[in-house]
Design a protein around this ligand. Structure first.
Ligand code: FAD
Length: 518
């Protein structure tokens, strides 16, 4: 009753604020358990994201207490005479305003609903090896709850303070993807509120069209309120190894060999890598690793075109087989052709490995370097053109200052479900190249947002001119034609799914794929 009163009050304020752009009678009649907020702090945080480059204010923010709250609000938006955009927001870690809803409503899926919540807490089935979680749950909390049962999801992102709904609206990738596929290949079932406000359960067997549409669907077809995620038994510890290469072809050959071992017992559990164009970066990570030899100086390594490549691999193990793990690692390492004096290893608890980026976050926060603009560019590059990409971009356009880490690692396409909405290059193996840059306002032109954004455009232009058929991961485009090009032969399916599940095109308007019919 009290909640209803507060909601009514909030809506009255909303009406005054926006001058009756929403139909009041429809919203007032909504029975909701959650909290509809017009507070500047809520509206302000829903207008920002990690990218720090866009800002778009919603009219109000709903903190839902249940999937039914989400359904009621979307249904009201769908049925209202005027219509309004509704975007789910997970943890707001998008780069280009993808979770925003200018002049619409944001449903804040992560964080608390402030009392009376009937949201699903993580529910583990030990027998069936899966967990059911609320769509706004953060992966770090999913991990914490499954660990109580000695279980954990199989496929991860590098950073765990992201929501389940947010990553599976994209794909969710990290060094395990070559073996387990992206996170979207490990989702068994979903509850989804469609753009008509219908709450539906879907899986490969049941409502499969909706299931496949939503996975990698950029929030276009529904709001995920529950996801069932496959689990495996957790290892307790991890051998984490970094080795260097000065020759790009040798580096990629080794990466491709390692991912060809997917599905086998004798393989690494995680394969990533990064590009080093300046000495500062290597010094950053060396401190937490042990090197058997002298500290490596990039200048002494005869780097190919001034660039070094670092392969990053891990082997998981249980303390009970600690005595054999070194031999297993050595047998795998013997097949690789890295610079012999460049082996850096460390050994740490599995959870600390998975949560490794959070440590970097805390360090950056302490230096006020976390909440800065992030003109990130993530590309999937086909294997056949990765050498051209290296030549033109790592050894060309980038110069010797990258303003942040550059990840590079290959994945197997057969671990991705072609029926999902995610888009990848048309080759059996493709690379993720992630340029994770931070812009600074410190007077150094090459660190500025304008410089880095310009460089991103140059990179995309280079790929186009050279006919390198890259696909953006976490894509951002502004015209329908660009979206059509991005989806390629999947466009017709993508847009027909949109018509079926969100006919008024009111969901996730911040992606700017479809024009809402308002
Ligand atoms: P938001 O930014 O809140 O939302 C993203 C999109 O999903 C929006 O369109 C939104 O409307 C939609 N959405 C959100 N919740 C739902 C829901 N419940 N139902 C339907 N749609 C929804 N990605 C990787 O794959 N691998 C990585 O290793 C990785 N590391 C990252 C590290 C950092 C520091 C950052 C900032 C991002 C990283 N990402 C990575 C990218 C990340 O996966 C995406 O940005 C993801 O969308 C973030 O999740 P979020 O909860 O913050 O989503």
């Amino acid at each position: 009753m009290a909640t209803k009163f507060l909601l009514t009050l909030a809506i009255c304020r909303l009406i005054v604020t926006v001058g009756l752009t929403l139909d009041p009678t429809e919203l007032l009649s909504l029975e909701m358990e959650g909290r509809l907020s017009l507070e500047p702090s809520d509206v302000g945080s829903a207008s920002r994201d990690f990218g720090g480059m866009q800002s778009s204010e919603p009219l109000a923010v709903l903190h839902p207490a249940s999937a039914e709250d989400v359904a009621r609000l979307v249904k009201a938006a769908y049925e209202s005479a005027q219509g309004f955009g509704v975007s789910a927001r997970g943890h707001g870690h998008s780069i280009n305003g993808q979770a925003m809803a200018g002049n619409g409503l944001v449903i804040q899926m992560s964080g608390s609903s402030a009392g009376g919540s009937r949201r699903l807490g993580p529910r583990v089935s030990e027998e069936l090896m899966h967990v059911d979680v609320w769509g706004g749950e953060l992966w770090i909390d999913v991990l914490r709850s499954t660990l109580e049962y000695g279980l954990a999801p199989k496929s991860w992102t590098d950073y765990l303070y992201l929501s389940v709904g947010g990553t599976i609206s994209n794909a969710g990738i990290s060094g395990q993807a070559f073996n387990h596929g992206p996170q979207i290949s490990n989702v068994l079932e979903l509850d989804v509120v469609t753009g008509k406000g219908e709450l539906m359960t879907c899986s490969k067997e049941h409502n499969s069209k909706l299931y496949h549409a939503v996975l990698g669907g950029l929030g276009q077809f529904g709001i995920i309120t529950r996801a069932r995620i496959a689990l495996e038994k957790t290892p307790t510890r991890v051998k984490w190894i970094r080795v260097l290469y000065s020759d790009f072809a040798t580096f990629t050959q080794d990466q491709e060999y390692l991912i060809s071992l997917h599905g086998q017992k004798r393989k690494f559990d995680y394969v990533e890598g990064f590009v080093i164009v300046d000495e500062g970066l290597i010094n950053n990570w060396r401190s937490s690793f042990f090197s058997p030899r002298n500290p490596v100086k990039i200048s002494s390594l005869n780097a190919d075109g001034g660039v070094l490549y670092c392969l990053e691999i891990t082997k998981n193990y249980h303390e009970s087989n600690a005595d054999t793990i070194d031999q297993e690692v050595e047998a795998l390492m013997n097949k690789l052709n890295y610079i012999p004096a460049s082996v850096f290893t460390t050994d740490l608890p599995y959870v600390d490995f998975l949560d490794r980026v959070h440590k970097a976050e805390l360090k950056l926060r302490a230096k006020n370097l976390w909440e800065v603009p992030h003109p990130w560019l993530n590309l999937f590059v086909p294997k056949s053109r990765i050498a051209d990409f290296d030549k033109g971009i790592f050894k060309g356009i980038l110069g010797n200052n990258t303003s942040g880490p550059i990840l590079i690692y290959p994945m197997n396409k057969n671990k991705w479900d072609e029926k999902s909405s995610a888009v990848t290059p048309n080759e059996d193996v493709f690379y993720l190249v992630a340029l994770l840059r931070s812009a600074l306002n410190d007077g150094n032109e090459t660190q500025s947002l304008e410089y880095l954004s310009n460089q991103n455009r140059k990179i995309l232009r280079f790929c186009k001119e050279e006919g390198i058929d890259v696909k953006q991961y976490l894509p951002h485009y502004t015209t329908e034609q660009e979206w059509r090009n991005h989806f390629g032969e999947k466009w017709n399916l993508f847009s027909s799914r949109k018509t079926e599940f969100d006919p008024r095109r009111i969901l996730a308007t911040g992606q700017r794929i479809f024009t809402p019919s308002l």
